[in-house]
Design a protein around this ligand. Sequence first.
Ligand SMILES: [Zn+2]
Ligand SMILES: [Zn+2]
Length: 310
Amino acid sequence: MECVLLGSGGMMPMPYRLLTSLAVRLNGRIYLFDAGEGAQLGLKETRIGVRGITLVAVSHLHADHCLGIPGIMMLRAQMEEPEPLTIAGPPGIERFIRETHENLAFYLNYPVVFREWAENGEGPAYEDDQVRVHWRPLEHTRFCLGYRLEELERPGKFHPQRAAALGVPKGPLWGKLQQGHSVVLDDGRTIAAEQVLGEARRGRHVAYVVDTRPCRAIYHLIEGVDIAFVEGMFLPEDGEHAERKDHLTVVDAGRIAGRAGVRRAVLVHISPRYDVEAVTRLEAAAKARFDRAEMGRDFQIYQVPLPDTD
Ligand SMILES: [Zn+2]
Ligand SMILES: [Zn+2]
């Protein structure tokens, strides 16, 4: 799994910093979190093919998080027979996309599935055969959602000596057991995968939390994740802007990430008031709170290794 940061800025795209957008890539599929104006530039620069985009998860209906979606949809329609696309987000995301589609009358050659947050709506924002994406409302000037992507549990470690002791011949049957399937032997006995596998192993967890004041929901979303992309919009001395507009400072982000036991925190949604040089100061302030915090950099790729390889 790898996380590709397409942009790390907030409010407006700058020549030196695109708007915050995160692509999580796993086995050829891409799960995209937010797409503001100019998101296509990040996709081009990092050579992420739009064909693989399976999900676009939107935090909220502020322009810097959603204006780039129509362009990505158009680009994707240039492919031959793309898979369906799921767009998840706050109430109103479906209307925004549908009306834009209608008004601009752009060509689409694939179905779009919408999943809007509903107050009593249970269940994840999205799931497929490799990940589940959870969501939770944050606290911002507009209704805003944070996300947590969890790779599904992987089958436990295969114990060859157990398989041999049960009389399973080495070969394709071992492979099936390794993948978690039960097998039937020539003598009619059924061997369940659990008999030869260790405990199931957890998958990798990634969190995406932007545009919020400090709140409880952030802890739920980022707790113990392998990597968290968290808003770090301001320096603490500019904290009154954060306070007034419901954003996090780098110190808020560092403190929360440290308390939540995050393995690595990448701070994003950086205010356009800070130029490239100022980012060093933001990073120092964040690291003083949490030494595994760093400022996000456009086009950087963050590898997320499996938690245990045994
Ligand atoms: Zn924003
Ligand atoms: Zn916002």
